[in-house]
Design a protein around this ligand. Structure first.
Ligand SMILES: NC(=O)c1ccc[n+]([C@@H]2O[C@H](COP(=O)([O-])OP(=O)(O)OC[C@H]3O[C@@H](n4cnc5c(N)ncnc54)[C@H](OP(=O)(O)O)[C@@H]3O)[C@@H](O)[C@H]2O)c1
Length: 252
């Protein structure tokens, strides 16, 4: 095979938020397999340490950091700790996110509203701003936001989440302009994936919906996020920025 077509992240350092489980974990393992060193951040340090050990066993460097991405000052501490150990960050994946359930609109307290917007939008904004400017002042880099199909098909049971992810889509395009030409900023917009979040789904109802509304008639397996994440992090995406890539099985 022509070696130029192989994705090689040797010498790169990637920071992945929410890298301890689900889609973030698959991305972290794929980047490490492609040669990158990994900084993995989530709230629970033990989960980050488990992944860091796996990555070190692959011969890569790994740094686990506990941080709540919804808090501005924790994002700043995460950045300081990351640059304390690595001279540069080449790839930032803003993956940590979630969508809490609620029964009716008036159950959404100010605190819950803020929690959803802070984790899914404010934290990624802060990390992209500070790390992105450092990338732009240095060797450049790639920022990959993980939003959601909910951003373009908002539904009643995830209003604040959909708004935050739509904001992330908008932020992707604006950050690409702000940080170009040395930094590329792109977004992956996943549809339904079988991670821990799917444990709460009514699978019978989901299967019926998938039959009607998903071209591939199923949810994604976590490793199916990897192709897009590898592409966007790599030199193969050198002319791709401000893009939003759907990885959703053809959801409608
Ligand atoms: N799975 C889907 O169907 C789906 C669909 C569309 C979009 N997405 C998006 O894809 C991304 C990954 O989802 P997933 O399904 O892989 O989720 P997941 O399996 O629930 O994993 C979430 C990850 O984020 C971390 N996390 C949660 N809250 C955090 C916080 N406040 N600060 C820092 N880290 C935090 C978790 O670790 P800790 O618990 O240790 O903090 C975990 O590592 C999310 O942005 C989600 O919105 C998922």
């Amino acid at each position: 095979m022509d070696q130029r077509h192989i994705i090689d992240l040797t010498g790169k350092t990637a920071l992945i938020t929410g890298g301890s489980r689900g889609l973030g974990r698959e991305i972290a393992l794929a980047y490490a397999a492609a040669g990158a060193d990994i900084i993995v951040a989530s709230r629970k340090i033990q989960n980050c340490e488990v992944l860091a050990n796996e990555i070190e066993a692959m011969g890569r460097k790994a740094l686990p950091i506990a941080a709540h991405i919804g808090h501005w000052e924790e994002c700043d501490r995460l950045i300081d700790e990351a640059y304390g150990q690595f001279s540069k960050i080449d790839i930032l994946v803003n993956n940590a996110g979630k969508s809490p359930v609620y029964n009716k609109l008036s159950d959404i307290s100010e605190r819950l509203y803020d929690t959803v917007l802070d984790l899914n939008l404010k934290g990624p904004f802060r990390l992209s701003s500070v790390i992105g400017e450092r990338m732009a002042a240095g060797c450049g880099g790639a920022i990959i936001n993980i939003s959601s199909f909910a951003a373009i098909r908002p539904r009643a049971h995830f209003i604040t989440y959909a708004a935050a992810k739509a904001g992330m889509n908008a932020m992707t395009e604006a950050m690409a302009e702000a940080l170009g030409p040395k930094v590329r900023v792109n977004c992956i917009m996943p549809g339904p994936f079988l991670t821990d979040v799917s444990k709460a789904w009514d699978m019978k109802a989901f299967s019926k919906r998938a039959d009607d509304l998903i071209a591939l008639k199923r949810a994604g397996n976590p490793e199916e996020i990897v192709g897009a994440a590898l592409y966007l992090a790599s030199e193969h995406a050198s002319f791709t920025t401000a893009s939003i890539i759907r990885v959703d099985g053809g959801s409608r």
